[in-house]
Every structure is written in C-alpha cells, then in structure tokens.
Design a binder for this molecule. Structure first.
Ligand SMILES: [Zn+2]
Length: 133
C-alpha cells in the first residue's frame, strides 16, 4: 500500500526538527527557479542557515570555504527570493524554489550548470523511435 501524498506543509519548526544534517552539520540545498523549473545551483546550509532561509524569505547558505553565512545577492544583487521549500524523502536534502534575480552562478551564468556540458550516451525508453526516424 502506498500512502496518500502528504498535503499539509510542515511548519518551519517541524522542518528544522526533521532535517538530517551530515557529519559536518550541513544539508545540501538544491535551488530551482520556481516557474521554469531551471536547476540553478547547489549550496550548503547548517541549521541556522536553514532557519533563516525558511523564515526570512531570502536564501542563506553556509560557506564551507569562508566559514560564514552568506546570502545570495548581498554583494552581487542577484538575490534569491524564497517561494517554497521541501525536504526530500529521507529529509537529508532540501529543495528551495526561488525567484532568481539575474545570474545564480558566481561566474555570471544564469545557472551553475550552463558552462560545462558533458557528452553522454543517451538511453532510450524501450519502443521509443530512433532519433530522426
Ligand atoms: Zn556556480
């Protein structure tokens, strides 16, 4: 039996309670443009960064290299305004849907995944026609 999908959102207190942080006390946060579905970037949050993100309307990360909190856009103007958030099935990854102003990547590209595509062997669903057929 599968359970009916959970429809009542958790409060931020419940999410902070349930979130599972890794051995460094951090949680990976996937940041997605809320309306287009673009994958913008991935950052890390400790409990305090998660609390700020869920309660302040702006995405806050923990910088592992600088050992400090940072809010996207405070220096660049490329802010991320929170629209919704969800923990994954085992509560160890966060998805934040945002309105991204300008570039999400510090290199100036719209997303962190724009600059380095990789050639892959594409899989085809059984029965799917050959490309160009
Ligand atoms: Zn980037």
């Amino acid at each position: 039996m599968t359970r009916a999908p959970e429809t009542t959102p958790s409060t931020s207190e419940q999410a902070l309670e349930r979130a599972v942080f890794n051995e460094q006390g951090l949680l990976p946060a996937v940041i997605q443009q809320w309306d287009t579905g673009e994958m913008l970037m991935l950052g890390w949050m400790d409990r305090e960064a998660l609390r700020r993100t869920l309660t302040e309307g702006r995405v806050t990360f923990w910088s592992r290299s600088r050992q400090e909190y940072w809010r996207k856009g405070d220096t660049s103007g490329h802010a991320q305004y929170v629209r919704s958030a969800a923990l994954d099935c085992d509560a160890d990854t966060l998805l934040v849907r945002v309105e991204q102003i300008g570039a999400a990547c510090h290199t100036g590209t719209r997303t962190c995944f724009d600059g380095d595509p990789i050639e892959v062997v594409q899989g085809r669903v059984p029965g799917e026609p050959e490309p160009g057929a």
